[in-house]
Structure formats: structure tokens, C-alpha cells
Design a protein around this ligand. Structure first.
Ligand SMILES: C[S@@+](CC[C@H](N)C(=O)[O-])C[C@H]1O[C@@H](n2cnc3c(N)ncnc32)[C@H](O)[C@@H]1O
Length: 298
């Protein structure tokens, strides 16, 4: 008999709760054959019982990383029944915890990669999510209706501004990355210098919700940049009338990973959704994109 089958344990509940320690619980979880709901529920339990996975994500990356990989696989391989039952299973707090774990994982992944790249032991194409982001930016650029853009802004550029890098490569124009975290700004400026992209990508530190975006004709808002309503209100107040705005979101089972952008009535009073690329199914893409058109101004 195949070794994996010998390791398979049917009673997931028993298998995870009987295990002492986070590492052992994660290993047990990964050996269990379980449905989407059992698997996500048990991953949730591990995250809840081990808050250090989120609060000290970099130090615990060797634990958080396989757990997130497991969650991603559950989402990508989910079937129609999992999809139908999804709404029944999780409360707001559960979803928040899963989203916080994914956010902590992505931020730690970026920080660790920036350190490796700046130390000269990795190159851009080695980044684990590189192809995913390359596809995402290609898709987003194809959503834009104008072709003569001059300056772009990416809000929430993070420690590793991969979206700004691909946006610059695809549009061939200079891109500003903006982040409210001084740590992310410092790390990403070091990375941009290391890549020799100082003339093309400029990183701005901005921790006030009110900044002038009147210089841009394209703005993309990161999925992890929040609160979306505040960011969109600011863009509505100061962007040029012809500025194209793309707001990222997640949909369906992918909201186990990323918190979706809430489509609030207050947002729809200021923007209409001109186009949407919604990601679902077995592809390993995680981020959906909405092209927003401003109403009520200009
Ligand atoms: C982990 S990064 C993800 C972006 C990714 N590096 C990219 O290129 O697509 C998310 C970043 O968004 C930043 N952020 C969150 N809310 C924000 C806001 N309201 N304005 C600006 N940056 C924000 C966080 O500080 C974090 O560094």
C-alpha cells in the first residue's frame, strides 16, 4: 500500500485535537484526508490556539507557511458542494482570523524575500508569487480603457512592491507605490535601489488618509490596503475626472484567504463598477479586480 494511504487518518477531529504542539498539529492536519470544511475548520482551530502564528509571523514562518499552503490547496481544489455549503460554516470572527493569518503570511513572505534579494541570494523571478502577480497585473492593465497613461499610483505597495514593479513593466511609465507603514516603506526603498529601479518606481510614505492623488491617471488599490471606503473617498475627492481606478477584491471561497472589498451603498453612490475580473475555480490566482468609474463628480 502507498505510504500516504497508510498515513491517512479518517477522523480529522481526533487527529488534530489529540496532537500536542503547533508543529505536530499542522503535520497531522496535512496527513489527514478531510473535506474542505473539516480542513478549514481544523486549520482555524490551530490558528486560534496559536496566536503567535499571526503576532510573530516572521519568526513562525516555518509553521505558518505550510498551514497557508494547505488552506490555499483546499480553496483551489474545492468542489461545487464545498462552494454551496461555504456560507453556512463560518462566523465573522472565524473569517477575520483566517484573513489575518493570510495577511500576516503574505507580509512575512514579502519581508523574508526582500532580505534575501537585498543579500543577493535571490532574484525577482524567484519570488513565490511572482507568476501570480505577473498574471494579475497583465489582467488589470487589459481592463484599462485609455492607452496614454503618464503616471500611476499603487496604494498599499508593501515591503515587496511586486505590483508596482509589474505595473511599471507593463505600462512603461513611472509608478509611485504608497504605504502607511514606515517599515514597509524602508524595506521597499532598499529593494527598489537594489533592483536599479529608482528612476521608475518611487515609494511614498503616507499615513494620513487624506493625500492628493491629482497627479495620477491610473490608481490600483491593493487587496490588503484598508479601509477601502476611506481610500475610495479620498480618491473621489482628489483624483482627476479621467483617472482610472482599479480596486482589488476577493470572491467566493477565496474570501477564506483575503477579505473581500465590501460593496457598500455609500461606495456605489460615488463609483459604478465598469468592469470586473472575478477569479474562481481551480486556478491558483487569488485576487479579483474591479474597474471603478466615478459618479457624481467631473
Ligand atoms: C502585504 S502588502 C501587499 C501588496 C503587495 N506587495 C503588492 O505589491 O501587491 C499590503 C500593504 O498594504 C499596506 N496598507 C494597508 N492599508 C493601507 C492604507 N490604507 N494605505 C496605504 N497602505 C496600506 C500595509 O501597510 C501593507 O504593507
Amino acid at each position: 500500500m502507498h505510504l500516504d494511504l497508510l498515513n491517512t487518518i479518517d477522523n480529522v477531529e481526533e487527529c488534530v485535537s489529540s496532537t500536542v504542539g503547533c508543529q505536530a498539529a499542522i503535520s497531522a492536519l496535512m496527513r489527514c484526508s478531510s473535506s474542505f470544511h473539516e480542513g478549514v475548520g481544523n486549520a482555524l482551530r490551530i490558528i486560534r490556539e496559536n496566536p503567535q502564528l499571526i503576532s510573530e509571523a516572521e519568526a513562525n514562518f516555518h509553521l505558518l507557511d505550510p498551514l497557508v499552503e494547505y488552506l490555499e490547496a483546499k480553496v483551489f481544489l474545492a468542489n461545487d458542494v464545498d462552494q454551496l455549503l461555504f456560507g453556512l460554516g463560518y462566523g465573522r470572527e472565524d473569517m477575520e482570523l483566517l484573513n489575518n493569518a493570510y495577511c500576516a503570511w503574505e507580509t512575512a513572505l514579502e519581508k523574508i524575500f526582500v532580505e534575501r534579494l537585498c543579500a543577493g541570494v535571490s532574484s525577482l523571478s524567484d519570488y513565490r508569487l511572482n507568476s501570480r502577480f505577473q498574471r494579475l497585473l497583465k489582467r488589470e492593465v487589459s481592463m484599462l480603457s485609455q492607452r496614454n497613461h503618464r503616471r500611476a499610483l499603487f496604494i498599499g505597495s508593501g515591503p515587496f512592491p511586486i505590483s508596482a514593479v509589474w505595473l511599471h513593466k507593463y505600462l512603461g511609465i513611472s509608478v509611485d507605490g504608497l504605504d502607511l507603514s514606515s517599515d514597509a516603506v524602508e524595506r521597499s526603498r532598499g529593494l527598489i535601489a537594489k533592483l536599479g529601479l529608482e528612476g521608475s518606481i518611487n515609494i511614498i510614505h503616507e499615513d494620513s488618509p487624506h493625500y492628493d492623488v491629482g497627479a495620477y491617471d491610473v490608481i490600483i488599490i491593493a487587496l490588503l490596503a484598508k479601509p477601502k471606503k476611506v481610500i475610495l473617498d479620498n480618491i473621489h475627492a482628489s483624483a482627476r475626472p479621467d483617472c482610472e481606478v482599479i480596486c482589488r477584491t476577493s470572491s467566493g471561497l477565496r474570501s477564506v484567504l483575503y477579505e473581500p472589498t465590501p460593496i457598500l451603498t455609500e461606495i456605489l453612490e460615488k463609483y459604478s463598477i465598469a468592469d470586473a475580473r472575478v477569479i474562481s475555480g481551480a486556478a491558483d490566482d487569488t485576487i479579483s479586480s474591479l474597474l471603478l468609474r466615478r459618479v457624481g463628480r467631473g
